[in-house]
Design a protein around this ligand. Sequence first.
Ligand code: PHE
Length: 358
Amino acid sequence: MDQLEQLREALLAEVAGAADLTSLDGVRVSALGKKGRITAMMKGLGGMDPEARKSAGQAFNVLKDEVATALDAKKAVLEESEISARLASETLDVSLPVRPVTEGLLHPISQTIEEVVEIFAPMGFEVAEGPDIEDDFHNFTALNFPPDHPAREMHDTFFLPRQPGGTRHLLRTHTSPVQVRVMQDKKPPIRILAPGRTYRCDYDITHTPMFHQIEGLVIDKAIHMGHLKSCIIEFVKAYFELDELPTRFRPSYFPFTEPSAEVDIGCSRENGELKIGAGADWLEILGCGMVHPNVLSACGIDPDEYQGFAFGLGVERIAMLKYGIPDLRTFYDSDLRWLRHYGFAALDVPTLAGGLSQ
Ligand code: PHE
């Protein structure tokens, strides 16, 4: 029994003295493990007479429980102090400023398209897309360009090599083929906005062989020129963020609209500086008109039942005007200094402070 008492004291002292969870686990194994000291001593019970074995067995069980309880209690204490030690040593300073992240910027073309879409979305316009490589039917014929008509020349078309059957694809010269595709696919009412790349063989300070347009198309039963005018007037005011912006609809010609108009906005040019808003001068901004009945028929829409309007604007042109970018060719030079100067942070939501009266 003395031996038992000695073992008890030794084990409890070891438990109490364990400095961390690893050494505590060592104590557990050496006390209660298969080859542990209590187990070894219990093996001696076999040689005792039954009475003595019974009481010694009970004493061993009491010791086992007592040591196990002491181990559990010590474990809880050590775990607790380990957590406290970590909390004290590992500090996280949430007030530190984050490291600056060098992010890309939105190209003014993307920004401008987003702004225009944002203005027309509340008027119910959906974005539609079409292919850059078109055929003659969608780019010209369905849009009422008569065969061999000089209007086809106006567009300085890039043609692809002729195919075996003689047909020739082309790079679309405007976004108007998207109108055709939408009218062929969808029943009116139609209200779409089609931004995209367009191509013409031209290169100078205001022309690049690849540029962007945004097409608008509205088709319904009772659409008239008044709808076209109010839509465009609301748009230019919202886009240039001006409450008042003089507009002028000047008669013009496009094969696919009748009547057709070019829209000018008021501006002033003083000391070589262009200012958009009231002023003595006019600046051409977009083309538009009532969809020609021949276009509706070519797209499977009955012109006696439906009519509508369309408009097309040059994205680079309106971006240059709003953001004061003097040379169109710089848009596609991929000069990082230019992009950093004229680019927009991804979170620059269009402000639309002026115009749009919703
Ligand atoms: N597609 C014409 C162009 O590129 C612009 C336009 C579109 C004009 C729709 C009127 C209506 O010149």
